[in-house]
Design a protein around this ligand. Structure first.
Ligand code: GTP
Ligand code: MG
Length: 245
């Protein structure tokens, strides 16, 4: 990677930030004037369960996991108004941008953020107890307003998880792409190369795709219905296709 020009990070403006109207504050913190970096892509996402699970895969099984998924899917902040459940997903690009945005965001826990780094974005967040069915305190949910990739490896995984190449201007793309030469459809955890009733069209010949995604799709054989890693490829093609529960 041309690290000066193409260092990238995924920034998510989470549902609590939208609900509390700190979106403008966060975006102005991300201005080129403040950081020397630039917006490469942005979209409003109604987060589907598959995307939430893939994004937070490292936390699967932890006590706060389900609460974390509900939070990023917007269910916590918009329990009734399903149409308001959104995050703003941004690819942000520039020299040393990973460190710059992590510093601006501050510590994961908003209480710690307020104590240690007043002025950081997460100092405006909150910590909410998670209770079990008996009302016992089992863990906490950290409503920390923003996500920022932790390192290059996470940034690549996350940007490819949330964005297709077409979302990003070609000269701002940091990862190899390839042109698809066949059709792919998806239905209930399975991949098809021809249309099945009720399947969802993912890709067709001529579409520009992350090369690593195409490698996964190409490992598909009709006798191997679910190539490993399929969910992380599919999740982004399902973004904003259907209303989520
Ligand atoms: P993100 O930018 O959101 O990825 O935060 P992070 O990189 O500072 O933290 P990490 O990737 O480890 O965790 C992702 C999210 O899971 C955090 O934003 C928290 O909401 C939650 N989380 C992570 N670690 C803990 C933990 O130890 N306890 C609790 N209760 N929540 C956690
Ligand atoms: Mg993280």
């Amino acid at each position: 990677m041309d690290s000066d020009r193409l260092e990238q990070t995924l920034v998510l403006i989470k549902p609590d930030a939208l609900k509390n109207s700190v979106t403008g504050f966060i975006l102005s913190q991300l201005s080129e004037f403040h950081t020397g970096s630039r917006f490469a892509a942005a979209k409003i996402v109604n987060v589907n369960r598959l995307l939430a699970e893939e994004h937070y895969a490292e936390h699967r099984g932890k006590a706060f996991y389900e609460a974390l998924l509900d939070y990023i899917m917007g269910k916590v902040h918009y329990p009734q108004d399903r149409w308001k459940r959104r995050v703003i997903a941004i690819v942000y690009l520039g020299p040393d941008v990973l460190k710059t945005v992590r510093t601006m965001a501050g510590p994961t826990n908003p209480h710690k953020a307020r104590e240690e780094r007043p002025g950081c974005i997460r100092a405006l967040g909150t910590v909410v107890p998670i209770l079990d069915a008996q009302g016992k305190h089992i863990d906490d949910r950290m409503d920390n307003l923003v996500h920022a990739s932790a390192n290059h490896e996470d940034a690549e995984r996350e940007i490819k998880l949330w964005f297709i190449p077409h979302d990003i201007p070609p000269l701002m793309r940091a990862y190899p792409t390839e042109t698809c030469d066949t059709h792919y459809y998806y239905k209930q955890g399975r991949l098809y190369e021809t249309y099945e009733p009720s399947s969802v069209f993912l890709l067709g010949p001529g579409d520009v795709v992350w090369k690593s995604d195409l490698d996964i799709l190409r490992s598909y054989r009709s006798d191997n219905p679910a190539p490993s890693g399929l969910n992380k490829v599919v999740a982004k093609y399902l973004i904003n296709r259907f209303p989520e529960d």
